[in-house]
Design a protein around this ligand. Sequence first.
Ligand SMILES: [Zn+2]
Length: 351
Amino acid sequence: MLYVLTAAFLVFFAGRYLTPGSWELPWWVTAKLPQQLDIWGWQVPDNILAGLRGTDEFLRRQADGLRRGWQSFTGQGLEIAGVKFWKNTGGGGSMPLPEAGQLTVDFLDVGQGDCALIQVDGHAMLFDCGPDDTGTYVQNYLQKQGIDTLDYVIGSHPDEDHIGGMDVVVSKFDCGTILMPETEKDGKSARDAELAMNYRGYQAVAPWPGQVYELGDAFFTVLGPVSYYENDTNNNSIAVRLVYGSVSFLFTGDAEKEEEADLAAEGLELKSDVYQVGHHGSSTASSWEFLREVSPAYAVISCGAENRYGHPHEEVLERLAAVGSAVYRTDRQGTVRAVSDGESIRWSTER
Ligand SMILES: [Zn+2]
């Protein structure tokens, strides 16, 4: 007990009085510090590395937590003096490694939020990164899948439930192209994501409809946003249609019926085998007209159990049933996985 108290006091003291910058290591040491450091399976938090590096704005901002004093124990990790310690074996799901010659799409159970991992022949991309408190969960999941590079990271729109985990993803993985829409980004999550991108020297680009990106033997077409909506991040969501052989997946972020109408009017192919249900199954999205165009055989709803918005809404479940979609839900089934050989789709769920 005495040891614990002494250790706690030392950490508290260090957090209180040592400010980053005052204990910087020489550049030839900091240059050798890895992006991520594990000691006995525990991650050295970014903000401790920040103190050691003392140079990067992103890390320095995170280091503010060091001075906040003793905080709390959390379910997923240990938080001392504003510094989160994560056990690297905690969380991250349990899906097997993907097989060669197949497309694997995982709809991660990130609670009330979106995060889809797409893998094909050693290539990987992320459509949304989950909320703030699941960044490390997503990181662990990706690491368990053997991923160190993401060809693409898409932040559909800068809301916390989609890009909260983006700072972790961007700072821990090598990223190829980062896509984000042109829209207001004044939330904390958006700032954190931007700082993390600066830290890694990345810049997000805004795609336009009709653009095609290759992912191994698969490709995706950008469908939207088509128009710009002021003070409305949802309707500026990036929407993409992923194609592998003859199977297709549609992702629309939190696009509402207005953007759905734009997508339909734009005339690009919408018909898809799998539809990640827009805006977590909100009745403001997945309009009749749009659903009939997409006509998905399968629908995946990513939402938190007993979330405060009541997602998915009954009307949407009825509409999905009416167009004949089989529905998967992360709130009930955990992480949902679709595997395809380019002709058919096999499904598995975490529970
Ligand atoms: Zn959302």
